[in-house]
Every structure is written in structure tokens, then in C-alpha cells.
Design a protein around this ligand. Structure first.
Ligand code: LRH
Length: 462
């Protein structure tokens, strides 16, 4: 994505799009990170000219480098099953309540902490001299410089959200050598310049500075929420739905831990207090099983299916792994004694109702746990293109939804670079620019919150 930023303008152009397909090999589910890097180079070449570059990606995953700086194997996909049963091993040394009090990170089987615990004893781990999170790895290949960007580091479960530095004691108790990680850098910090070989391959003219952005895609997306003030919740919708609040300080209470809220770090000292919800992954996986039918037609049909017939818990890690999704959703409905959705339209409706319901629960609980009430829900990311999901979210939350921008992560990335180069002001200024320049759609709640509350209670009872 190429961004162009002026004092009163902000434009984004798609320069090049490439797939990011997980690959299953005998040893498990892997990322084709060289393919991704090649896609980045093709994108830079297609841009013709750029003044600055910044990289963001999904969280938690990493590549290992040997003492020569060479990549050891393909990064493991966070949906791989290698972390099954690993959390319990970690908790035997640091109990969950202590882990949460020190890191503020929700339990998810794929947190980097559990991944590195699972990796111990492997041949690659034995040879590893450095661990770079995915965006830091791509940045390293572009610039030759290594760093660990803070917003993404906060998803490792090895950062203390109060000090915004490593959780030294946790690492020590679990015998994790923090020397494996490159020094921390923060959004806006310089991350080097494109290497001469990269300039040659892409045809760009140097020097081209690379800037650390909110390299966690969700951090960049939250930075691009076009909100005014603090009384807002956000939902970053895409493969995941990340629903919560922006806070000044982490919430590390026991109640927050059992509600499985995470305290990830955002721009400028902010905390992203949110819950992971399975998101449109549920639908993407169904579409894959159904042979990629026309989505527009399917959503129109789904809109005609009666609301809230059956709902599943969209926060359930049982939906994390790929494969047989329509069957698994039908199974969850059957097991909880609800009508079983059969047709693709029925399954789709069940998914969208379930997501909207999970959005409601997360927004409601976040406000209560953080003591920060909201008047509006901002929905950003790819899910804003799904009008039915946005409307259902407004209905479920009983609050207006402001949907957009769809490419929030790319915009947040670009704005942090622009700020580092003196083109835009603080976070509030960035958000004002977004609100002025990006098309946004407002959805008013249509009433019927009572039905959503009843469905919520039904799900809670299991
Ligand atoms: C969204 C995301 C999310 C993480 C998940 C692994 O792309 O970064 O914030 O929890 O991927």
C-alpha cells in the first residue's frame, strides 16, 4: 500500500497484492516468509518511488536466526498444534495469575511465550542466536538492522505493560534468555535504510529510510480509528475481531484475567485493552470449504435468514485450527441444543450473529472492567465492507457503529511514518485527519437489545 500524506490530505493506493497462504508440511503448519518478502520487494518495485517504508503484520510469530544471521527454517504458524498442552507446563513454574499480573496478556495458546516453550529442544532452537518477530524479520532483510518493535513485542507475553520494557522476572523464572531478542524500538524510531541490494532489485533511488511503525497490525489499525475523544470502543475486524478500548494504563485485575482481556501496547503510551474474537476467519474457512462462492450473494441470502436462531461462542479456541468449519459450527449448535444451521446462508447467518454477539459482550465487559464508558463503537478493517456485520454489531451493542476505514492498519502504518517525518501531529491530530479524509458509514442500532441480551445469557449458560 502506498500512502500520500499532506497537511489536509491522506490517500492510500493499493500498489501490489499477494497471497499469504499457510503451508502444511509434514512437520506442521508454516508461513512462506520468503514468499512474503518477495511480495514486499515486488510491491516496492511497483511503487516506482517512495520516501519512506514501514512494515506491519500479524502478531506473535517469529523467525529464528543463526549466528550468521541466516533464517533457521520457516516460521511456525500460530495455528499450528505445537503449543497444545504447553501452557500448563509454563503455569507449573509461573501460575496464570502471576503471569497476568506481570504481563497483562490474555491466555491464548499461541502467545510467543508458549511457542518458544514448545520450540525448546528442537534442532533450530539449539542453533538460534536471535529471534525476530515477523515484521522485524522483514525489516531486517530490507535494512540489515535488527530490532524488536514494542507494540508487537507486547503480544509475546514477555513485556511488562507498566514499564513498557521486558518482564525480566518472568523470563528469568522460565529460563528464557532475553538476549535472543534484538533491542526494543518504538513506533516512530528509525529502523535503518533500504540496503543497496534492495535498491538495485526494486529500482528505487536511495537513501530510503525505514521507520518502525506500530508493527503489530492491530496497533496500526487502532492508531487509525477516526475517533474523537476517549468515549469510544473499537473493533478491528478481519481474520480476527479485536474488540476493546484504548486506555492510559493497563488493567491487571484478577477479574480482567478471568475475562481473558489483554493489555497490548499501542502508540504513545496507550494500552490496547481488548479481547480476541475468532472474527471473519470463521466465514473465510467456510468459504474455502464451499469452494469460494459469491460472497455478495451469500450475504444477501444470510440477511434474509431469521436472526439469532443459533449462536456459537466466537471466542472459543476450538475454532482456531483450520478445516471443516461448517461442520464444526453445526456441531457446536447441536451440542448446545440449538437448531443446526445447514445451508451456507444459515451457517453464514449463525457466524455473523455470533460475531456481533461476541462484539457486544467484549465492548460491554471492557467498559465495566476498565471503568471507561463509551458512546460509540468504531469498526475498522476489512469487516467494514460487510454491511450486515456492521449493522448487527450496532444492534447487538445498542450503540451507533461508525465503520471505516477498511485499510486501517495500512493507514496507521503510513501516519506513523508521516509523523516521524514531521508531516502530521500527535495521535489526536492523526485521527482528526482520518475523520476528515476517509469515507465512514454510520449504522444506528435498530432496537431489540433484549434479544441480544437473551442470546448472551443462553450462550453463557452453555
Ligand atoms: C491480527 C492479529 C491479532 C493477533 C493475531 C495473531 O492480524 O495480529 O491481533 O492476536 O493476529
Amino acid at each position: 500500500m502506498a500512502g500520500r500524506v499532506g497537511p489536509d490530505s491522506l490517500e492510500l493506493t493499493e500498489v501490489h497484492r499477494f497471497p499469504n497462504r499457510p503451508v502444511r508440511v509434514p512437520e506442521g503448519l508454516r508461513w512462506d516468509v520468503l514468499g512474503l518478502y518477495a511480495g514486499v520487494l515486488d510491491g516496492l518495485k511497483a511503487s516506482g518511488a517512495v520516501d519512506s517504508v514501514g512494515i506491519d503484520s500479524w502478531a506473535v510469530d517469529y523467525g529464528l536466526l543463526d549466528t550468521d544471521g541466516a533464517l533457521l527454517g520457516n516460521p511456525v504458524h500460530y495455528r499450528d498444534g505445537r503449543t497444545d498442552g504447553i501452557a500448563e507446563k509454563v503455569w507449573a513454574t509461573v501460575p496464570p495469575a502471576e503471569l497476568y499480573a506481570a504481563t497483562g496478556v490474555q491466555y491464548a495458546p499461541f502467545n510467543t511465550l508458549y511457542q518458544v516453550t514448545a520450540a525448546r529442544g528442537s534442532a533450530h532452537w539449539a542453533r538460534a542466536a536471535r529471534l525476530l518477530l515477523v515484521p522485524d524479520l522483514l525489516t531486517y532483510w530490507l535494512t540489515g538492522e535488527q530490532g524488536t518493535e514494542l507494540t508487537n513485542a507486547s503480544t509475546t507475553q514477555l513485556i511488562d505493560p507498566r514499564t513498557r520494557d521486558w518482564a525480566h522476572e518472568v523470563a528469568e523464572r522460565l529460563d528464557i534468555d532475553l538476549g535472543l531478542f534484538a533491542p526494543l524500538r518504538r513506533p516512530g524510531d528509525p529502523a535503518g535504510v533500504l540496503r543497496p541490494e534492495v535498491l538495485e532489485e526494486t529500482g528505487l533511488t536511495g537513501p530510503v529510510p525505514v521507520t518502525a511503525v506500530g508493527s503489530h497490525d492491530t496497533a496500526s489499525a487502532v492508531a487509525a480509528v477516526p475517533a474523537d475523544g476517549v468515549r469510544f470502543a473499537y473493533i478491528c475486524t478481519g481474520t480476527w475481531s479485536l474488540a476493546g478500548l484504548e486506555l492510559d494504563a493497563p488493567v491487571l485485575t484478577e477479574e480482567s484475567r478471568t475475562a481473558n482481556f489483554t493489555n497490548e501496547l499501542g502508540l504513545d503510551g496507550t494500552v490496547r485493552y481488548l479481547r480476541n474474537i475468532m472474527g471473519l476467519w470463521l466465514l473465510q474457512e467456510c468459504l474455502r470449504t464451499w469452494g469460494e462462492p459469491d460472497l455478495g450473494a451469500l450475504l444477501r441470502e444470510a440477511a434474509q435468514v431469521p436472526a439469532l436462531r443459533s449462536v456459537v461462542d466466537a471466542g472459543d479456541a476450538a475454532f482456531l485450527a483450520p478445516g471443516r468449519m461448517p461442520e464444526r459450527i453445526a456441531g457446536a449448535c447441536r451440542d448446545s441444543g440449538q437448531p443446526v444451521p445447514v445451508s451456507p446462508a444459515e451457517v453464514t447467518r449463525c457466524i455473523l450473529d455470533s460475531l456481533a454477539l461476541a462484539h457486544r459482550t467484549a465492548v460491554e465487559e471492557a467498559q465495566r472492567l476498565a471503568g471507561q464508558p463509551v458512546d460509540v463503537v468504531h469498526v475498522v478493517g476489512g469487516g467494514t465492507r460487510n454491511a450486515l456485520l456492521c449493522q448487527l454489531t450496532a444492534d447487538a451493542c445498542g450503540l451507533p457503529v461508525v465503520a471505516g476505514p477498511a485499510e486501517a492498519a495500512a493507514l496507521g502504518n503510513v501516519l506513523v511514518q508521516a509523523r516521524a517525518h514531521g508531516l502530521v501531529g500527535d495521535l489526536a491530530g492523526m485521527r482528526r485527519l482520518l475523520a476528515r479524509t476517509q469515507p465512514l458509514t454510520r449504522y444506528e442500532p435498530r432496537g431489540g437489545t433484549q434479544r441480544w441480551r437473551a442470546a448472551q445469557a443462553r450462550l453463557a449458560r452453555g
